[in-house]
Design a protein around this ligand. Sequence first.
Ligand code: SF4
Length: 200
Amino acid sequence: MCVQVCPTGIDIRDGLQYECIGCALCIDACDSVMEKMNYPIGLISYTTEKNLEGKKSKILRPRTLGYAIALLGMIIAFSVKLGLRSEVQVDVIRDRGALFQTNARGFVENSYTLQVMNMSNQTRTFDISVSGPDSIELTSKKQVTLSPSELLSLPAVVEVNPEKMTERNYDINFRVQAVGEADVAAESESRFLGPGPNRF
Ligand code: SF4
């Protein structure tokens, strides 16, 4: 019966084999036959070689202790990471069209898409700002309100006075911060491109 019910087609009477998935069907099949015949059950069971020899198996072995310590370490690391998790996330994607353009004021403009995610369970309003070279300014939306777990894709336009540009490109930093909560903030880097100092 134990061979007939085995889904992996092994004969457990030959001992433990790697194909065994531990479904215990053979145990139930064997026990039901043994009960009908009035024989002692447990011919097939979850046990150890020590138990079979009549010895007691140790529960607290060095390996078990090692696993417990490793598991505890992982739980602590996971909890710390969870505790330090920011409640807002921002990613910046530079628009792939023109490298830069000049606006009506004669300032150099770059366009981006900000992906802002509110990872908390409360509706929050966030201030958006940018830092980088002198005179850098965000000319698009500077404040957004997001519902819990909302992900918002937001076009962002940044301008710089070309008179202040001494390089062709700059590292810039977008910052998203919850209004009135300095510790609920996230930053993401990007590049600002322009014609450089020799534009004329
Ligand atoms: S536990 Fe399941 S897979 Fe393993 S031998 Fe028994 S019937 Fe087969």
